[in-house]
Design a protein around this ligand. Structure first.
Ligand code: ADP
Ligand code: NI
Length: 195
């Protein structure tokens, strides 16, 4: 049986992320949570704080245009101790790629790894094209810095080297290799090298 704070939070994010087509839907949150729990297995970490942070990590994403303070307000409705509340807020702050922060706890390292694992591999490729479509970006263009394929160089191909845990590094290696295979095929078909 799930902790009441987890049930409350599941309800909250299911409503908030409904209808998202930018790669931040409920399925992303479920995968990040599952990956985070996998990384945490057998480790002495705060599983409740990590679960809540995984569910809430994209609530205030700037790209989605949401208000600052939403997560803090939601946490205020849950019966958490002040230390857990701060820990969750810090983890979420540190998981953002653009802010470039280093994780300050084991849980934070696991959340960052989990979120980044979901940005690479087959799902990562799919999310990138979904995001690009939602923003009206092109698939690719030689001089186009905002295409979906440009995002691979910009971010995705760097993520596998930035994992903090051994388990994530192992998963990332395979996902990274698959992205390279994909990019090679994409280039072959784009240029006609394969015909
Ligand atoms: P996260 O859930 O890790 O915070 P982001 O908010 O950075 O991920 O982005 C969500 C998804 O959209 C990711 O798979 C990411 O690679 C993709 N994405 C983000 N920015 C871009 C972009 N400029 N072009 C294409 N895809 C993007
Ligand atoms: Ni995310």
């Amino acid at each position: 049986m799930s902790h009441p704070a987890v049930l409350e939070t599941e309800r909250y994010v299911t409503k908030l992320h409904a209808g998202d087509h930018t790669g931040h839907d409920m399925a992303h949150l479920d995968r990040v949570r599952r990956l985070a729990m996998h990384l945490a297995e057998g480790e002495a970490v705060d599983g409740l704080a990590l679960t809540l942070a995984a569910l809430l990590h994209d609530v205030e994403d700037e790209k989605l245009g949401r208000d600052k303070g939403l997560v803090a307000r939601h946490l205020d409705t849950l019966a958490l101790n002040p230390k857990q509340r701060t820990h969750i807020l810090t983890m979420i702050e540190e998981t953002s790629f653009s802010k470039g922060r280093s994780p300050s706890s084991r849980e934070s390292a696991m959340l960052q790894d989990a979120d980044r694992l979901d940005a690479i591999g087959a799902i990562g490729i799919a999310r990138t094209f979904q995001f690009a479509g939602a923003r009206g970006h092109s698939l690719y263009g030689e001089d186009n810095p905002t295409s979906a394929v440009a995002h691979f160089e910009e971010k995705l191909l760097r993520l596998a080297h930035q994992m903090h845990t051994d388990r994530a590094r192992r998963i990332a290696r395979e996902r990274h290799a698959f992205m390279l295979t994909f990019l090679d095929r994409f280039e072959a078909e784009w240029t006609g090298r394969d015909i």
